[in-house]
Design a protein around this ligand. Sequence first.
Ligand SMILES: Cc1cc2nc3c(=O)[nH]c(=O)nc-3n(C[C@H](O)[C@H](O)[C@H](O)COP(=O)(O)OP(=O)(O)OC[C@H]3O[C@@H](n4cnc5c(N)ncnc54)[C@H](O)[C@@H]3O)c2cc1C
Length: 438
Amino acid sequence: MPPSGRAPTRPCADTAPARRTRAGERPLTCSGLGRAEPEGVSVDFTIPSELDALRASFATFLDREVRPLEDQLAEALRREPVGPDVQAAANSVRRRSCEAGFYAAHMPEQVGGWDLSALGMTLLVEDAARSGLALAGYALGPPNPHAPTPLLLELPEHLRDRYVAPLMRGEATMCFALTEPEAGSDAQAITTRARREGDEWVLDGMKHYITNGEDADLAIVFAVTDPDKRAQGGITALLVPREAYAVGATQLTMADSHPVELFFDGSRVPSDHVVGEVGQGFYAAMRFLNAGRAYIGAQCLGMAEWCVDQAAAHARTREAFGQPLASFQGVTFPLAESKAEIEAMRWLTYHLAWSCDEVAAERDPGDGVPLDSSVVKWFNTEYAHRIADRCLQVFGGQGLLRDGPIERVLRHLRMLRVVEGASEVQLMVIARALTGGR
Ligand SMILES: Cc1cc2nc3c(=O)[nH]c(=O)nc-3n(C[C@H](O)[C@H](O)[C@H](O)COP(=O)(O)OP(=O)(O)OC[C@H]3O[C@@H](n4cnc5c(N)ncnc54)[C@H](O)[C@@H]3O)c2cc1C
């Protein structure tokens, strides 16, 4: 029973969604790979039928609950930043999705989630993006930083009802506050300080580029608690309620995300408001970002599929020189290349999800798969962006209009090449793994 006391409307009543798997109950099996005996040699790329049922149920939810709102607000959705009407619709989508169970499906059952497998969550994130609905993103927690994160289970148990339960019900949202003006890619260079004073932590410093910082009810803030140790035991993650910090300027971007500055000027929080252990905050941040990168990969996959679907449909109907655009190889070959790249994105992404489920079954679920996450973040953001650009080209002048079908997606994808670790940072991680360098 979710914290709201309402029974969740399970998407597939007869088949519960694939939860985090234990070794031996794998959704995609690669066991015995390379063994000589035929028995036990299996590389099974089929999506489990229970996840197909989950996807069908989510598609129905999007059609019934999100599409009508999207149609109604088509004009307002083209404004940046969005107005209160769109914000109200987004809140409504979030709450309805909470009731249906999708929004916090990635969270453990102990706090009212479904403990949905990474593969299951990946498929839902892909489908939300492939729907082309701007409001669909609000129906799911990942990859949004405003949603409850498993990191919150590292709070002391007595704080969960107060802080985690409202997030699970979609009544509250949060933000993730790591980046500072002098510490972006090099996140361990943060200077926001937290010092103990009696029963409290006192924070001083500022953060910028914080998504949902203005509307969030609480922030997970990363602060230096031991300057000598920094990332190796000197950064702590603190839960800071909204009333303890000030929100500064909105930072308008070219994308559909407009983060804000946060200020901590002697902000006080009780000493038990630590997420995880004192000094271990940098590792917590990396676990959060690794998970985020995997779901950003899924979002890119869905967006790229949406763009190719739209461009192929346009090429079939739009005529030039007396023929449909689809009769010119100059138009169709870039789409064909895009399709091939999408299949590469798909299997990288699904494999990463499968690996995350394997790790969750065998080790700490938060550990993630950092190298594979970086490969997917780099590959999918870079390729999806170039696919969207090619697809926009198929629309000619119409592609450049503010209400063109691709332009919002293209701007969003451009942002994804920078946030949660820019492409160069992902290449740095991959290169280090190759060469053992720093
Ligand atoms: C819309 C938006 C939303 C955001 N949301 C959040 C949020 O919710 N929470 C949060 O904490 N942060 C958030 N961020 C911050 C984001 O994660 C950072 O912008 C990102 O990590 C890059 O940091 P930076 O902007 O300081 O760039 P810099 O670190 O200054 O880097 C500039 C460029 O140099 C490159 N570069 C840096 N170091 C190297 C290197 N060693 N080798 C090669 N190239 C390098 C980078 O890849 C980048 O292209 C958000 C940013 C934006 C724009």
